[in-house]
Write a protein that binds this ligand. Sequence first.
Ligand code: SAM
Length: 263
Amino acid sequence: MSFRHRARKRFGQNFLVDGNIIARMIRAIAPEPGQQLVEIGPGLGALTLPLLQAVGRLQAVELDRDLVAELARRCQGAGELVIHQGDALRFDFASLRENEQPLRIVGNLPYNISTPLIFHLLDYADIIADMHFTLQKEVVDRLAARVGDDAYGRLSVMVQYHCRVERLFNIAPGAFRPVPQVDSAFVRLIPHRSKPIEVNDVAVFSRLVAQAFSQRRKTLRNTLKGLLDEEQIRAAGVDPALRPEQVDLAGFAALAGQLPARS
Ligand code: SAM
């Protein structure tokens, strides 16, 4: 029986078709039997099948219900595939944990939701061993950006607070069908077992970073208005005349330290 699927733009569907790239990704992930692998957006199984063959059991979260039966059919006999049909953005990833081992998350992510999805996954950093993602190259630039870089922003600060970021390799548009209009890159995020800086209240830190970058061309004195005054910014050891992209992780932690933690 042949299966015809028209790729759905609204689900960010660009399917991997380049066998060399897929093999390179699987080598980078290095799946081992018994590990708790979770794939987000398995689609038609380009990564699912080789992952399943390597680990024997895999859980996947896929939004498009039309793909689920075909995916199960393609993976039949390769191992135990548990497909959760639903929205990864609202998914409780803690519910996937079957033993004490942390989760390994993998996905050629739908580009339209990749940033909110990464923020959602950061909430589960404590139970995640690592994450391997195919993303728009520009998003990987933001993940890996250092203070002062053009791409440095809220995503860089929050992800680097939670994870070590390793950019692995770039992927040309021709590796996908339909061919996307952007370049992609493969990245590894490894949640820190001990955080690089101390933060009293992560929610307060996160709110401060979001507000600081809400108008990235303005100085901290202006963007943080209503949250911190100039004196408090100075008390954190930070110059109020700096723009947010000039402040490193430790600077943001010190600024957050000027705010009361939520009770
Ligand atoms: N992994 C497949 C591959 O590499 O060929 C498909 C990747 S495609 C870029 C993204 C996949 O994520 C699609 O299968 C799409 O249906 C699914 N998807 C889109 N939005 C989703 C969501 N909110 N939650 C879970 N899956 C989603």
